[in-house]
Design a protein around this ligand. Structure first.
Ligand SMILES: [Zn+2]
Length: 186
């Protein structure tokens, strides 16, 4: 992805018109942000890259846990596009740090999420330059909303504060969302 840098000169006022995401300095049109440059009818605009357009602090996302260590989990995320009301698929990965998984001390993330789990999370930081998205699950409605049995892959059922497999009887723990099995982004 070819990104403009904030302050980068994109052209002159003689050649182009100033659009969103740009500003004028000494008759030069400059970029306001790290983003994608576009020219339409002589109008110069700079947009956030598509993969980050709908992601900013406070947005709720679903994630599928792809990797877990004691300190960090990686989830592939699906942001909701509120304008068009659908869930565009992305290949974006967000990181969940052990300090953001729930209130109180957590010894290891491996006790809270497992590979294949679906989580509901909130975006707490987007750094376009580094390509990093950070998420948190430390609210009652956030956390694991769908989990599978480690023994037989059946979907686990929530019973009080644990998860139980109705097929083989296996019991497991997670950072369980109040919205377990509710796949709506609210
Ligand atoms: Zn099972």
């Amino acid at each position: 992805m070819d990104l403009t840098k904030p302050g980068e000169e994109l052209g002159t006022e003689e050649e182009f018109l100033k659009g969103t995401g740009t500003y004028l300095e000494n008759e030069k049109i400059c970029s306001l942000l790290l983003g994608e440059k576009k020219i339409e009818d002589r109008k110069m605009t700079v947009d956030r890259p598509y993969r980050y357009r709908n992601l900013h602090r406070g947005v709720l996302v679903f994630g599928r846990i792809e990797k877990v260590s004691d300190q960090m989990a990686l989830a592939s995320i699906i942001p909701i596009d509120q304008k068009i009301g659908r869930y565009p698929k992305t290949n974006d990965y967000a990181s969940l740090h052990v300090s953001n998984v729930k209130q109180g001390f957590v010894d290891s993330l491996k006790n809270e999420v497992k590979i294949g789990d679906i989580i509901k999370a909130i975006v707490i930081n987007v750094d376009i330059r580094k390509g990093q998205i950070e998420i948190a699950t430390d609210k009652p409605n956030l956390g694991v909303v769908k989990a599978f049995c480690s023994k037989c892959r059946n979907i686990l059922k929530k019973e009080d504060n644990t998860l139980v497999c109705e097929q083989c009887g296996f019991k497991d723990n997670r950072v369980i969302s109040n919205d377990y099995r509710n796949l709506a982004l609210k």
